[in-house]
Design a protein around this ligand. Structure first.
Ligand code: SR1
Ligand code: MG
Length: 400
């Protein structure tokens, strides 16, 4: 089938042809995509309120336009990843109803009864079950797709199936390269530019540490990772958590997914310095954020180790001291990736609304510098930090 771009009328024809809705169903179809890359439609039958989401990859980067072509194959990676995740953590990802790789279409469960976590966090919403849910998502997906558990031949086939060159290149450039010099792709608050030119872009030690992390990202085929696990890739409310949008999935360093969560939480944490909410409200929310980081990381380690004790296969997993070595490295890398993610969202191409919603550019700049400095401290000290509480204590000490 030849690719064509969907619009409301074509979607209606497509979903009715598939039998997802009957021919006489009265549908409302709304394009709701607010991500950087794709079209996303919610299709709802008026009478029954039954609904699905139809996602289509465009042959270019949506936020930039046709001048930045991007292969529609990312839809295949997303559907492949979703199929694997659905087997491992069925309750934590959307249900996949249909895929068409030629049209780069995925039809899945409509989760709009939940809110996008990023927007919730900008509105001081708490998600009390998030630490439990996301630690399960990470411990299970990262363990059961690693060589600790998988047959080595199957694992290598999985690596081959997820050679996601183009989307990995986006991460290699936008996270590990461009923020460290005056790259054209950067999106810079003009008030921040003097700090970048006079201070940040002169930090050679920071650049060296980021280079080490980029090399890990390029070479360490540890687990099938989501690849873009920020708070805009998660739907949540007080009861449920669903991780979606795994189009950046590939077999890479496990700690990348874990670090992305921590980095995005810390961006939100600092962002309150640029907002006018009452002090007590901010302190209360900040306590919640730090407690969630501690709980989620500690539960992640516990659950990952429990998976290891129950299901680890390879001989190396029985060698005394190997698990400690593995988990220590996971922690150090998690902190490094968290820091890299914080930095990229300040003056790289794609920002976080948590900070960009601070309208006054001078105030926004102050928050941006605080995030860059916090990230640098975490990055540079990651080898001598051994417990997540040391990180959250450091954050609290610097910014409250
Ligand atoms: C051009 S894509 C920019 C960013 O959006 C996605 O969410 C990824 O984080 C990517 O780096
Ligand atoms: Mg995305």
């Amino acid at each position: 089938m030849k690719y064509y771009q969907m619009n409301e009328a074509k979607i209606e024809e497509y979903v009715k042809h598939l039998g997802i809705f009957t021919n006489d169903a009265d549908l409302t179809i709304k394009e709701v995509g607010d991500g950087n890359l794709n079209l996303v439609f919610i299709v709802k039958e008026k009478e029954t309120n039954q609904s699905v989401v139809v996602k289509q990859a465009l042959p270019y980067v949506r936020v930039v336009g046709e001048s930045w072509p991007l292969s529609i194959q990312r839809s295949t990676f997303e559907a492949n990843a979703l199929e694997i995740q659905s087997k491992i953590v069925p309750d934590l990802v959307p249900k996949l109803y249909h895929r068409n790789d030629d049209l780069a279409i995925i039809i899945m469960e409509d989760l709009s009864h939940l809110g996008l976590m990023r927007y919730g966090m900008i509105n001081l919403e708490k998600h009390p079950k998030f630490a439990d849910h996301i630690s399960t998502f990470l411990a299970d997906t990262l363990f059961y797709t690693s060589d600790l558990y998988m047959d080595p031949e199957e694992k290598k086939k999985m690596v081959a199936k997820f050679i996601n060159t183009e989307l990995c290149k986006i991460t290699e450039d936008l996270i590990f390269t461009d923020p460290y010099y005056d790259a054209e792709s950067n999106n810079i608050n003009p008030k921040l530019r003097p700090y970048l030119e006079e201070v940040f872009w002169k930090k050679n030690q920071l650049r060296l540490e980021t280079a080490k992390l980029k090399y890990k990202f390029l070479t360490e085929a540890q687990s099938l990772i989501h690849g873009d696990l920020h708070t805009g890739s998660i739907f949540a409310n007080s009861e449920e958590t669903k991780v979606f949008d795994p189009e950046f999935a590939f077999v890479g360093p496990s700690a990348f997914d874990v670090g992305k969560i921590i980095g995005n939480f810390l961006i939100n944490y600092v962002s309150w310095n640029g907002k006018d909410n009452a002090k007590e409200e901010i302190s209360d929310y900040r306590s919640y954020l730090l407690n969630t980081i501690n709980d989620f990381y500690n539960q992640f380690v516990e659950k990952f180790k429990a998976n290891w004790h129950r299901d680890a296969k390879d001989m190396i997993t029985k060698v005394e001291g190997y698990q400690n070595h593995y988990m220590d490295k996971m922690f150090t890398d998690t902190l490094g990736f968290a820091a890299a993610v914080m930095i990229r969202r300040i003056h790289g191409l794609a920002h976080n609304k948590d900070v960009d919603s601070i309208e006054d550019l001078d105030r926004r700049k102050d928050v941006q510098i605080q995030i860059l400095e916090l990230a640098e401290e975490i990055m540079m000290n990651r080898h001598s930090i051994h417990r997540i509480e040391e990180v959250t204590d450091l954050v609290k000490e610097k910014i409250w």
